[in-house]
Design a protein around this ligand. Structure first.
Ligand code: TYD
Length: 217
């Protein structure tokens, strides 16, 4: 049985680059690695990419309830697949998982009573899915970076444009703050990575931590 690792952070924080380096390093050490991502490659994941994240408008992406249920539906199916994959992988590295749903879907919300309830509901849904599926995350690496730096890294990369990119930078500040809140709440699970470091250094730090987790298993 392998371990399940998730990578989180705002767009432009370097997750994908680091993930590729990390995968190569761990494979060289002889580990069987499976890289996956959310939204998934299934028809539901593709529908989310097209209809929710499509670069036209952020209307659906910012409809908290609609987006929460769509991403969660994709995840519920995904977890069943991940459980199967864990049987023949040493390490599964998943680019985005439950924390993205809180970080992004709660980002447009304010501190009104209704919005506070909605934020709490997102956390509950995330926890409920894991509990129902008897599934847990062994470690989450949160790539933390100032949104200004992340956004400047993304500028000019047309392949990275999605619905959220039409939103003002205050949205990304809120995404980052939501991630930091999750970090405080789930200190045992989430490890913060300073994403201003070089991708090689980040990969090295993460690898060292993963090896420790594997030793304990
Ligand atoms: P990203 O991770 O950058 O994937 P890619 O490199 O394939 O474009 O983009 C996924 C987007 O989906 C990102 O902007 C965050 C968003 N998202 C949510 O809003 N909620 C979620 O639950 C997940 C998994 C992703």
């Amino acid at each position: 049985m392998g371990i399940f690792i998730t990578l989180e952070g705002i767009d432009g924080s370097g997750k994908t680059t680091v993930s590729n380096i990390l995968k190569e390093r761990l494979m060289k050490d002889g580990y069987k690695i499976t890289s996956i991502k959310e939204p998934t490659e299934t028809s539901l994941g593709k529908l989310i990419r097209k209809e929710v994240l499509g670069s036209g408008s952020a209307e659906l992406a910012c409809n908290t309830m609609a987006a929460l249920f769509l991403f969660s539906a994709d995840r519920a199916v995904h977890i069943d697949e991940i459980k199967e994959k864990l049987k023949y992988s040493d390490i599964i590295i998943c680019d985005r998982f439950i924390d993205s749903t809180y970080a992004y879907q709660a980002a447009g919300l304010n501190n009104s009573m209704e919005d506070i309830k909605l934020k709490d509901f997102i956390l509950k849904v995330n926890e409920f899915i894991l509990e129902q599926k008897k599934f847990s995350i062994d470690r989450t690496y949160l790539f933390d970076l100032k949104p200004e730096i992340a956004l400047s890294r993304l500028s000019g990369r047309a392949d990275k444009i999605d619905a959220f990119d039409s939103l003002p930078s205050v949205f990304f500040k809120s995404v980052r703050n939501n991630y930091l809140l999750l970090y405080e709440k789930y200190r045992n699970r989430i490890k913060m990575i300073d994403a201003s470091m070089s991708p090689e250094d980040m990969a090295e730090n993460i690898e060292a931590d993963i090896l420790k987790i594997l030793e304990k298993n």
